[in-house]
Design a protein around this ligand. Structure first.
Ligand SMILES: NC(=O)c1ccc[n+]([C@@H]2O[C@H](COP(=O)([O-])OP(=O)(O)OC[C@H]3O[C@@H](n4cnc5c(N)ncnc54)[C@H](O)[C@@H]3O)[C@@H](O)[C@H]2O)c1
Length: 337
């Protein structure tokens, strides 16, 4: 029988790519609680649903702020679900630092509400999206492994670590079939202008200097980067191949890192400037002074997921080419929000 998925965050950057990938690669039906709050934007999925009525017929959206429990009438309308894919969260570190309380409350409350929904709905898998930032900085050339010590540096990463902790306890106490993933900087067309790649494109086009965060002795910050469309493929691969560990056979839920390629922030900016055919103007700024709570390097080990047979198809350079082309064709997405 056709599978039925509940997908949160479909109006966000990552969720819209996951929705599209589900529609293109499967025949599943997808129900999406969406809100235009918390940076949700139906313009992320409305254009491709308008182009594909056969896809639109498999998607049902309903307005729902997940910081409150899903109302019983909506629960009844949703009906049985095979998979819950939980992507929704407030996601911007700077906003979590400037106004932490509503940000953290939102991420904790929506997680509680989704886990409580899962307790009733009893899906086969509850797949949750976490971040490399839960571990805090990775020093030297260290790559964090699944279940390393969690040491969040800012309210965003603490709220994400709290989501993982809640999911782990609902897995243990209520047998919710949680599978946790942690991933890194996601990039692709459709990202908010406040994020690094669109911000660099905007500044290079305007011939303004890009601020590159660096250590006090001038070493640029570094991240692993992955295409959100590749990430969506990894999630479908996990739904097909990952074992859902159960208590008491295991003492913790299944976790996978979804990992792309490492580049410094300066290398990413330089590649974007090269694609645009413009010079890169930049200033190195000490991340300690300019961005308290930010870490110089995040890094994850992706060997476990590679061992399960998944590797990204696109190179980082191809992704950056795509994003630059898309932003030039859709300049409205480069305006600051
Ligand atoms: N973008 C990245 O680089 C990255 C890296 C690692 C992990 N993540 C995780 O991926 C997820 C999505 O990130 P994104 O970049 O797409 O963010 P985004 O800000 O573009 O989208 C977030 C989505 O969550 C929804 N949301 C937030 N609070 C909600 C609530 N109370 N009720 C209903 N919906 C709510 C928003 O409406 C939006 O659709 C987040 O969980 C984030 O922590 C993102």
């Amino acid at each position: 029988m056709t599978k039925h998925v509940l997908l949160t965050g479909a109006g966000g950057f990552v969720g819209s790519h996951v929705l599209r990938r589900i529609l293109s690669d499967t025949d599943w039906r997808v129900t999406c609680p969406v809100t235009l709050r918390h940076h949700g934007n139906s313009d992320r999925f409305a254009p491709y649903l308008a182009d594909r009525p056969d896809w639109a017929a498999r998607v049902r959206t309903f307005l729902c702020d997940l910081s409150c429990p899903i109302p019983p009438t909506s629960v009844a309308e949703i009906g049985p679900v095979d998979y819950i894919l939980n992507i929704a969260s407030e996601s911007h570190v700077d906003r979590s630092i400037s106004d932490p309380a509503p940000f953290v409350r939102n991420n904790v409350e929506l997680m509680l509400n989704m886990l409580e929904f899962a307790r009733q709905a009893q899906p086969k898998v509850f797949l949750h999206m976490g971040t490399d930032e839960e571990y805090g900085p990775a020093y030297g050339d260290y790559l964090h492994r699944e279940w390393d010590t969690v040491l969040p540096s800012n309210p965003y990463s603490a709220s994400k670590a709290t989501q993982s902790a809640l999911a782990t306890s609902w897995w243990r106490t209520y047998q919710v079939p949680v599978v946790l993933t942690r991933t890194m900087n996601l990039i692709a067309p459709g990202q908010d202008a406040e994020k690094y790649v669109p911000m660099v494109i905007r500044k290079v086009l305007a011939e303004e200097a890009v601020q590159i965060h660096a250590s006090p002795d001038g070493v640029p910050g570094s991240r692993h980067w992955i295409d959100a469309r590749e990430f969506a493929g990894a999630w479908l691969h996990l739904l097909e191949h990952a074992e859902v560990q159960r208590h008491p056979d295991y003492d913790r839920p299944t976790m996978y890192h979804v990992v792309g390629e490492e580049r410094s922030n300066l290398e990413i900016a330089q590649t974007i400037a090269d694609i645009l055919g413009k010079p890169l103007k930049y200033e190195l700024t000490s991340f300690h002074e300019s961005r308290p709570g930010h870490d110089l390097r995040y890094a994850l080990d992706g060997a476990k997921l590679s061992g399960l047979g998944w590797t990204p198809r696109r190179s980082l350079e191809e992704t950056l080419q795509d994003i630059v082309g898309w932003c030039q064709a859709n300049p409205q997405w480069l305006g600051a929000r």
